[in-house]
Design a protein around this ligand. Structure first.
Ligand code: TMP
Length: 209
């Protein structure tokens, strides 16, 4: 049974909607499910999240950014993910270490070996059983994202990056999926939320057997 499930994707790919639908569907089957996210997932992780996404932090270097994501991840694994898996809960995380490969590796151009090593150190052996990449053209994702913003919800430091940066993220995710087809499933996010959910559930059922 797949117990650690992660969702990834470019901005505006509809992860949040899918995570909520998935939680509901698995709970209906009588399974114990917790939702979490990165960056964040713990009080320390949430403080790190604020630093990472704060638009005022214009001077943050790519290496600092990577180390902060990894620090938050190490805390997340120890404090939340591993204990929940030990209690036989299904953990659904909105992003995990594949995001560092795509964002800090492919898009910020940090050395792939460095990102891989730090991902392994932070994950402490806790690997996702199943990962869904909600894939969609960057222009579609960014325009969906912009529609969500109002005066109260401001665009964050990463979302502010140019379209070319987001295109590299998408390519980074697709490359990863090719390398690990057994774990990573790419889903066309340019479908209705219901159709995306059906596809996710079919994949999960096939893995449960
Ligand atoms: P969210 O918008 O999905 O909550 O994620 C916050 C931002 O952090 C998003 O732009 C993706 C980015 N991110 C990274 O750059 N590297 C990482 O390792 C993670 C987990 C997220």
């Amino acid at each position: 049974m797949s117990r650690f499930i992660t969702l990834e994707g470019v901005e505006g790919s509809g992860k949040t909607t899918q995570i909520l639908l998935l939680k509901k569907a698995l709970r209906k089957k009588g399974l114990k499910v917790i939702l979490t996210r990165e960056p964040g997932g713990t009080p320390i992780g949430d403080q790190i999240r604020r630093i990472l996404l704060d638009r005022k932090n214009k001077k943050m270097t790519a290496l600092t950014e990577l180390l902060l994501y990894e620090a938050g991840r190490a805390q997340h694994v120890s404090e939340k993910i591993r204990p929940a898996l030990k209690q036989n809960k299904i953990v659904i995380s909105d992003r995990y270490y594949d995001a560092s490969t795509a964002y800090q590796g492919a898009a910020r151009s940090l050395p792939p070996a460095l990102v891989k090593n730090l991902n392994q150190i932070a994950a402490q052996g806790v690997k996702p059983d199943l990962t869904f990449i909600l894939d969609l053209p960057v222009s579609v994702g960014l325009s969906r994202m912009k529609k969500r913003y109002s005066s109260s919800k401001k665009i964050d430091r990463i979302e502010l990056e140019k379209e070319a940066f987001h295109k590299k993220i998408r390519q980074g995710y697709l490359k990863l999926a090719k390398k690990e087809p057994g774990r990573i499933k790419v889903i066309d996010a340019n479908q209705t939320p219901k159709d995306i959910h059906t596809e996710i559930m079919q994949w999960i059922q096939s893995k449960i057997k």
